[in-house]
Design a protein around this ligand. Structure first.
Ligand code: ZN
Length: 278
């Protein structure tokens, strides 16, 4: 086994930790009850998962279950390592499970620099473990023993099957909220994502601590800004798409500059917007 990648560990609340994986700055969550603990997202492959598992075992020795916020490889490719450590229950939305079944193998390349064994499907724990516990569309709860965790979706957004995980004041938002980099629009529906962020802003308590999929934890005001920014980008993006000849995709450097997401994500944003525009 290659050297485990060691995460940075930070306690956010009495039962709640964030483990920051350095590779993609992806946040793994840990919620610990008296009987069980929930691990939220497992990293990009066996190297990150081994570092996560060792860090988690320094905090608790209770049995673990896994919740995957969505099906992107940097969040689920560590599942194989956790399965080998005896974890049996992996929770995700039906849409995320379908996405992982369909696209998991083709996503291996995204982790090639950080997790070469995962990218090449070589060595231990490099298989793709698809969650078997489907979270109902109406959401669900997990009783960890004296600590209750809420799982809920708000419809498609960053992907077709994003799951949010709440424990007390702490909300693990997966990639629906991004800090330190632009949102990733690759598999998104920008309209539904913006709508979902609006609901999140309306429904969350003002003192919520939001752990984004990547980067540092943020507050409700940050989510509100991301929502406003996405609404403004949609308006701007619609007028850009309408300026092109029908059926063409032709963003200019200037058009990309007026969008807030940098040239790469702004291009993908326009692509997804043009595909979902009414
Ligand atoms: Zn993602």
């Amino acid at each position: 086994m290659k050297q485990p990648l060691v995460p940075k560990v930070e306690q956010l609340a009495p039962h709640c930790w964030r483990l920051l994986n350095h590779g993609f700055s992806m946040n793994t969550g840990l919620i610990v009850g008296q009987d069980r603990a929930a691990v939220i997202d497992t990293g990009s492959g066996p190297r990150e998962a081994a570092g996560l598992y060792a860090a988690i075992r320094r905090i608790t020795d209770v049995p673990l279950l896994v919740v995957n916020t969505h099906a992107h490889g940097d969040h689920v490719f560590g599942n194989g390592y956790f399965a080998a450590k005896g974890v049996e229950n992996f929770h995700a939305t039906a849409a995320a499970i379908e996405h992982l079944r369909r696209n998991g193998e083709s996503e291996r390349q995204m982790v090639r620099f950080l997790e070469p064994e995962m990218a090449l499907r070589q060595g231990d724990h490099s298989g793709i473990i698809v969650p078997g516990n489907i979270v109902a569309e109406t959401g669900g709860t997990l009783d960890l023993g004296g600590v209750t965790v809420q799982l809920f979706g708000l419809g498609p957004g960053h992907t077709s099957g994003d799951l949010l995980v709440r424990c007390g004041k702490v909300l693990f938002a997966g990639d629906l909220v991004e800090e330190g980099g632009p949102p990733n629009f690759e598999d998104s529906d920008p309209y539904l994502w913006a709508e979902l962020l609006g609901r999140l802003v309306r429904e969350c308590d003002v003192d919520v601590v939001v752990v984004p999929g990547h980067g540092n934890q943020v507050d409700l005001e940050f989510v509100r800004r991301q929502h406003r920014e996405m609404l403004a980008a949609i308006l701007e993006g619609e007028s850009i798409v309408r300026s092109w000849p029908a059926g063409s995709f032709d963003p200019t450097a200037h058009q990309l500059e007026v969008l807030p997401y940098g040239p790469e994500q702004s291009t993908i944003f326009l692509q997804r917007l043009s595909e979902t525009m009414p």
